[in-house]
Write a protein that binds this ligand. Structure first.
Ligand code: ADP
Length: 737
């Protein structure tokens, strides 16, 4: 290694060194101004020559872990400043030993005198001194300046070398500063880039959010559509105008995914058009769409494809489809492309399309359901209207009715009270029971409730109606919630029923009348024949006794006929509903009189007739003759259908506002099968005919009188033991129609 020269101390040299030291400041300032690295390296070289008196100088960087030396800018053998950037870096190892050792020992400055001076790739161009000064910063050798005196051949003194050493470390400082600055800038740039990215992302998010908000507005508009068709049209119109899609088309798939039908779409000019004529089999659908459908991919996109749906003038663009799915229900898809506006697929387009398709699915399902309900409602409305029925719904909590008042104008009410006011007074309680419910709700209450009632029609006429209803309970609270039902007029039906009843009665009356005539004819014919025969025989006999006998026979038959006629008159009078007398009379007197009259017959028949009359019997109000008929008929039967030495007991007993009249005998009795017939007109039990030649009208008269008086009659009997007839009558005459 060469030693460093002792500096000469003459004045000129000193002032020159001071001048160069000052120049270092100036150079430092200029280096600060340079932006590009290449200019920086060039300035290093040029400034050293201009201000520091350098001859040939070259600045080299130490790179790649200090293993390589990369020359930057230097001075060639002709004194020209040249750039060495295009030269390859040199391996430190291949350098001269003195340089290697300078680097290794981190010797800030090293010099060799009378050394060969090189140019480029090792060409020796002269002899002179040759020095290197290292740019060391924070223990790192960043580069080095190489100096020689090829051009000037001037010697160098130590102070000059020292200046170059200072210069090298100044360069090192600058390099670090520049690197730090660059690092800072890089970080700033990175930061700025990140901020820009963030802003762009936020912008995207905002844009997407605003489209999502639009989706909400679109949903509100779709909600307001009145039919599935209008909905489909709006899906396309609003999808373009509010959500910013280009061309859209909505296709439906049937439940079995067999058939595809178009609804609305967009033509190549961007107009919304009816595409319902697009009807195809599922297998004719585009294969990529089919694939998506099969895989149930919610959305499928293809970019840079031929938009082949536009056959006339296909373009390249993007094409997407989003399935309209709601839960498990799949109704079709929305197709989208950019044929008209040619805008590339934007961020969020697909997400938005997918959400839109989902929304559309829910609306289509909802609209289809409400259309179905509407149809059913209309059908029901027509049915109800034609049947003049009112379908109603009653809310338990508000006490209000809801119904379509156009179905019938017969009924008009808002709440339960108004409804009940419409109902005929006597039927109100039974109608009110329809709207009663127990708390908590009882399951059995949900069965159909039906009641027929009379009501006041708008013209105040009393008509008939029927109400059928069903109660619906709140399953959570187990309390009644609503009641649904129908209300309809049944006046016509009731009138028809009544007419039918009257007709049946009329028929019955006619039948009875015919029977009656037949019976009378038959019953009167027998005595008349006897009378006729007797009168004939009177004319043929001369014996007074025989004539007398015949006359007695004739009288007997006439009496029978009179009795019979009396029975017929009585029953006819009762049937005609003619008013009966209303006078007070003593029951005791009537019963006693009858008993007296019938004692003769009883004795003739060997029957013991006794009476037991309550002393508390009150006076009766009514027709005494009718009551006498009742008493006589019952006692006469008890005597007539008795046995030899039998008995008849007549009891009359006070029962506060009524009294009991009972006739018990020990006679032939009545067979159980005949018991229900004995009150029928002209009925005569088979076992009785030989005992009495009655008309079969006696008990019918008794029953009719009892009923006219508002009483009851009962009979109990045992064959061959006797019978007991019990009549209970109110004291006060009360007619029943
Ligand atoms: P009749 O004129 O035949 O007595 P009723 O109407 O009085 O007509 O009685 C109808 C039938 O009821 C009688 O024919 C008889 O068969 C039966 N009957 C009525 N009362 C008695 C009775 N006390 N004991 C048994 N049978 C009776």
């Amino acid at each position: 290694m060469d030693t460093i020269h002792t500096p000469s101390q003459n004045h000129d040299e000193k002032s020159e060194i001071i001048g160069r030291l000052k120049s270092l400041q100036k150079i430092s300032f200029e280096l600060d101004q340079v932006i590009e690295w290449s200019d920086f390296y060039r300035l290093i070289v040029e400034s050293a020559r201009t201000y520091l008196g350098a001859d040939r100088i070259c600045f080299m960087l130490l790179t790649n872990n200090q293993q390589y030396i990369q020359p930057t800018v230097g001075v060639d053998k002709h004194g020209q400043v040249v750039s060495y950037f295009n030269d390859y870096p040199f391996l430190v190892e291949t350098y001269a030993d003195w340089i290697k050792s300078g680097l290794k020992n981190r010797q800030r400055i090293s010099i060799r005198h009378n050394a060969p001076l090189y140019e480029g790739q090792g060409e020796v161009v002269g002899i002179g001194w040759n020095a290197i000064a290292l740019c060391i910063q924070a223990d790192e050798i960043l580069g080095l300046i190489v100096l020689d005196n090829l051009l000037t051949q001037k010697s160098i003194i130590d102070s000059e070398l020292e200046i170059f050493s200072l210069y090298a470390s100044l360069i090192g400082e600058h390099i670090i500063r520049r690197k730090n600055f660059e690092l800072l800038q890089e970080q700033n740039n990175l930061l700025r880039q990140k901020q820009a990215d963030l802003q762009a992302e936020q912008q995207k998010q905002r844009k997407f959010l605003s489209r999502l908000q639009n989706l909400h507005h679109v949903a509100v508009e779709l909600e307001m559509t009145s039919s599935v068709t209008e909905l489909c049209k709006q899906v396309i119109t609003l999808g373009r105008s509010e959500l910013g899609f280009d061309r859209l088309g909505l296709f439906f798939v049937d439940e079995e995914t067999q058939h595809i039908s178009g609804t609305y779409g967009t033509d190549i000019e961007g107009n919304v058009q009816d595409i319902s004529k697009i009807q195809m089999s599922y297998f004719d659908t585009l294969s990529w769409v089919r694939e998506g459908l099969e895989k149930r991919d919610l959305v499928g996109v293809r970019d840079n494809v031929s938009l082949c749906s536009v056959v006339e003038n296909p373009e390249i663009g993007w094409n997407a489809m989003a399935l309209c799915v709601q839960g498990k229900q799949f109704i079709g898809w929305i197709a989208a492309d950019n044929y008209v506006r040619k805008e590339p697929l934007a961020d969020g387009d697909i997400e938005l399309l997918s959400r839109y398709a989902n929304l559309v699915a829910s609306f289509v399902i909802q609209k289809r359901e409400s259309e179905r309900l509407e149809n059913n409602r209309n059908l029901l409305g027509i049915a109800l209207k034609s049947a003049a029925m009112l379908a109603w719904s009653y809310d338990w909590s508000t006490n209000l009715f809801e119904y379509d008042s156009t179905s019938t104008d017969l009924f008009s009410f808002q709440n339960l009270n108004e409804f009940l006011e419409m109902v005929f007074l006597e039927d109100q309680s039974s109608v009110a029971t329809v709207f009663q419910s127990s708390f908590p709700f009882d399951e059995t209450e949900s069965k159909l409730r039906k009641v027929e009632f009379r009501y006041y029609a708008p013209n105040n006429e009393i008509c008939w109606a029927s109400i059928v209803s069903q109660l619906e309970s709140d399953t959570e609270s187990n309390t009644p919630k609503r009641m649904h039902g129908i209300l309809y007029d049944i006046t016509e039906h009731k009138l028809a029923q009544q007419r039918e009843l009257e007709l049946a009665l009329e028929r019955q009356r006619l039948l009875t009348y015919n029977e009656f005539l037949a019976n009378i004819s038959h019953d009167l014919k027998t005595p008349l024949t006897v009378i006729s025969t007797s009168s004939y025989l009177i004319g043929r006999t001369t014996s007074d006794e025989a004539i007398h006998k015949r006359i007695e026979t004739i009288n007997g038959q006439i009496n029978k006929m009179l009795e019979h006629i009396q029975d017929i008159l009585t029953i006819t009078r009762l049937d005609s509903n003619a008013p009966v007398k209303e006078e007070a009379y003593s029951l005791e007197t009537i019963i006693k009189q009858s008993e007296t009259r019938l004692q003769t017959i009883a004795k003739e028949k060997g029957v013991l007739l006794t009476t037991d009359l309550d002393v508390n019997l009150k006076p009766m109000v009514g027709d005494p003759h009718l009551f006498e008929r009742l008493v006589t008929n019952l006692i006469a039967n008890a005597i007539n259908y008795n046995r030899q030495s039998g008995s008849v007991t007549v009891i009359a007993k006070d029962l506060h506002d009524r009294f009991k009249f009972e006739v018990t005998d020990t006679g032939i009795g009545i067979d159980e099968t005949n018991l229900e017939n004995i009150f029928k007109r002209y009925y005569r039990a088979p076992n009785g005919t030989k005992h009495s030649s009655g008309t079969g009208l006696g008990l019918a008269i008794v029953k009719t009188i009892t009923e006219r008086y508002g009483g009851t009659i009962e009979v109990s009997s045992i064959v061959n033991q006797g019978s007991c007839f019990t009549v209970i009558l109110p004291y006060h005459y009360k007619t029943t129609p």
